[in-house]
Design a protein around this ligand. Structure first.
Ligand code: UDP
Length: 474
């Protein structure tokens, strides 16, 4: 059988890149050729780190333009713009790559692309693949639960659960997302379901296209999800009937070798590891809100005050673009004060997986992005979730109410709540025990013979078959 050559194409933001690079590395480990597609902007930012992450001749990195001018800030608030411009800027070069000979590199041993695995958020990439006869698989980097919530949006409108009543209580239960009716509240649905505060605006025009995007992923040959049955058995069972085939192969960061980790667009500050070495076991709170979240200065102050009041040493990721008006001198002084007495360490970007694995870390204050949630699960670290946007609320609800490996702080940001919740997560034996038991369960899934490994092997076989039939049709 000819060698399969998969084009892996993530939406170009940190969480998606990390997850799909772990996937690419696992494919390479199974002997599959992989071309990993960055945007030109990101590949420039990664520099030599992109290719040194691989170390394998089966993996190469190429790029396409994202359609934005070079000096565009590409900040978190520009994501809708990036989403649109990418389709315009990248389609031509991407089409060339997928078309028979252009994607080949005989000197490097790469035959033409035989299969596409693209981020489910790039619908146009599937249209081009279909036009060129390249079999395509959709990959969603978020939780199965959040994907199911998007699939359920038409039902939520039908049941009049959506739109939420103006000024209504967000803690009210929600019907219509199968398998989650006993614990899901309005506030746990993706943030696109919420109207701006007290407005009469219809959420439909923004929300329905997102729901359609998820439903359309069902047209691909299969859906790949970075999750596992031990975490999301019920959601997976409810998604399956909507898909032609489905593979739950996560948590992928625990499946692929550590070498794949260096996909950080921001430079990691390793200095915090020595600081952690000097701290007592399970004494430190690690606080990070991921790569995109932007908070107000007031929220920043509440977090800071809550963390200080909780009384534990803390390691805090404070991205340069994380706090609105971050040039504010008061903010600079606060960060300096946090670091000044040695009880805290502030970094712009941390080697998060190493941090979570460190014996000194006692709990993780997170925005509940899916990658961060999974990384904490695998290390058995209790989490305090402060969900900011997108589908983080549902992850936070799973942590607090289903897996019980941490606490759901909801989107409330008050110093007294931060203090109390962090203390509880640091001190509770029950939460620690649940977190450790969950970690053991998930580690079994990613060990030889475990469900994610078995699913991954089935997926590799599926890709080889698709590739072989594609080869015959050329
Ligand atoms: N991350 C990191 N260093 C940091 C903060 C985050 O390496 O200081 C990584 C983290 O390990 C995770 C990713 O960035 O893999 C963030 O993805 P997630 O889905 O949690 O959140 P997003 O950034 O998409 O909101």
């Amino acid at each position: 059988m000819a060698v399969a050559h998969v084009l892996v194409f993530p939406f170009p933001i940190q969480g998606h890149i990390n997850c799909m690079l772990h996937f690419a590395t696992a494919l390479v480990g199974a002997g599959v050729h992989v071309t990993f597609l960055h945007t030109e902007h990101n590949l420039r930012r990664l520099g030599g780190r992109a290719s040194s992450a691989s170390g394998s001749p089966l993996l190469r990195f190429l790029s396409v333009p994202d359609g934005l001018p070079d000096d565009h800030p590409r900040s978190a608030s520009d994501l809708p713009e990036l989403y649109k411009s990418l389709a315009g800027g990248a389609t031509g070069p991407y089409r060339d790559l997928l078309s028979a000979d252009a994607g080949a590199d005989p000197t490097g041993g790469f035959a033409p692309v035989t299969c596409l695995v693209a981020d489910g958020l790039l619908p146009w990439s599937f249209d081009v693949a279909e036009e060129l006869g390249v079999p395509a698989i959709a990959f969603r980097t978020a939780s199965a639960g959040s994907f199911l919530a998007f699939l359920s949006v038409p039902k939520l409108f039908e049941l009049a659960e959506l739109p939420f009543p103006v000024g209504g209580d967000l803690d009210e239960p929600v019907r219509g997302v199968p398998g989650m009716e006993s614990f899901l509240r309005r506030r746990d649905l993706p943030s696109a379901c919420r109207r701006p505060k007290d407005s009469d605006d219809d959420v439909g025009p923004a929300l329905r296209p997102l729901a359609k995007l998820s439903a359309d992923n069902g047209k691909a040959r299969a859906l790949v999800l970075n999750t596992t049955a031990s975490l999301e058995r019920s959601a997976l069972a409810h998604i399956a009937p909507h898909m032609r085939d489905m593979f739950a192969v996560g948590p992928l960061h625990a499946m692929s070798p550590a070498a794949a980790a260096s996909s950080s667009l921001l430079r990691e500050d390793d200095g915090c590891m020595a600081w952690l070495d000097a701290q007592a076991d399970r004494s430190v709170v690690y606080a990070s809100l991921g790569s995109l979240a932007v908070i107000t200065h007031e929220q920043f102050t509440e977090f800071y005050s809550g963390l200080v009041a909780a009384g534990y040493p803390f390691l805090w990721v404070l991205r340069p673009d994380m706090v609105k008006a971050s040039q504010d001198a008061a903010l600079q002084r606060t960060a300096a004060a946090a670091a000044g007495d040695g009880k805290a360490r502030v970094v712009a970007w941390a080697p998060q997986r190493d941090v979570l694995r460190h014996r000194a870390v006692g709990c993780f204050l997170t925005h509940a992005g899916w990658n961060s949630t999974l990384e904490a699960v695998v290390e058995g670290v209790p989490t305090v979730c402060w969900p900011v946007s997108a589908e983080q609320q549902i992850n936070s609800r799973f942590v607090g109410a289903v897996w019980r490996n941490g606490l759901d702080m909801k989107d409330v940001c008050e110093r007294a709540v931060v203090e109390k919740t962090v203390r509880e997560a640091m001190e509770s034996d029950e939460i620690r025990r649940s977190a450790e038991a969950l970690a053991q369960q998930v580690k079994r899934d990613v060990a030889a013979g475990g469900s994610s490994v078995t699913e991954f092997e089935r997926l590799v076989g599926f890709i080889r078959e698709l590739s072989a039939s594609h080869g015959q049709s050329q």
